[in-house]
Design a protein around this ligand. Sequence first.
Ligand SMILES: NC(=O)c1ccc[n+]([C@@H]2O[C@H](COP(=O)([O-])OP(=O)(O)OC[C@H]3O[C@@H](n4cnc5c(N)ncnc54)[C@H](OP(=O)(O)O)[C@@H]3O)[C@@H](O)[C@H]2O)c1
Length: 231
Amino acid sequence: MTETILITGANRGIGLELAHCFSRMEWQVFACCRQPESAAALVALERDYPQLVTLPLDVSAADQITALVQQLKQHPIDILFHNAGIFGPKNQAFGEVDEAWWLETFRINTIAPLKLTEALVENVAASQRRIVAAMGSQLGSLADNTSGGSYIYRSSKAALHMVVRSLAADLAPRGITSVVFHPGWVKTRMGGAGAQTEAAHSADALSRLLCQLAPADNGKFFSWKGHEIPW
Ligand SMILES: NC(=O)c1ccc[n+]([C@@H]2O[C@H](COP(=O)([O-])OP(=O)(O)OC[C@H]3O[C@@H](n4cnc5c(N)ncnc54)[C@H](OP(=O)(O)O)[C@@H]3O)[C@@H](O)[C@H]2O)c1
């Protein structure tokens, strides 16, 4: 039976490369993005892989989540992948944190993955693999933070990590495995040109890890290289 992954923020960066990886593996890919009409790279992928379907989704828009649920009614989702995210403003130094930006970053990075999981939990529960995965960040690791700064991004990802830990506990009785990934420092619009890893390379490694996940991995935080990262 064809397996299905839903990826948010699939129009560029790591999300786009993940969509490509799973398409190559002949999965059904629901590639969600804010503006399908200008998602040229996804349109090109759709031409090569008929099993890829582009769907509109601003993850912070409740009405769009409702519309998505209607559209995917009864469709099992083996992997629900929360990839969409923003860094927030460039300057997040002590004394310069903008409150409105902080709330917006939380809406997208932290609250949206929970709300989307709540909305699609029946689809995940009805699938074979039953996986909820979120793109966290090493910058959201409490244990790893010795350099400070980046208050907005760090706190939004640390809170996302906590959301996933609660999902891991709450959804385990339904056989759902919830995990967090750090994709490496990746060359994307967010990671910048000086980053160490190509998006395709990170996505390829992540897709392999996703396919190997087992219930024993529930509630864990993995790097793209497969080792566990301290929370
Ligand atoms: N790059 C790195 O080094 C790195 C490191 C650690 C973690 N991460 C995480 O990895 C994930 C992917 O990042 P990336 O590096 O690929 O960044 P990116 O190239 O900037 O892509 C971000 C994606 O998120 C989407 N997005 C932002 N806000 C959205 C919203 N409200 N609704 C739907 N989609 C939204 C963007 O869509 P638009 O085109 O519409 O803006 C874009 O598709 C993020 O969660 C990021 O925090 C990245």
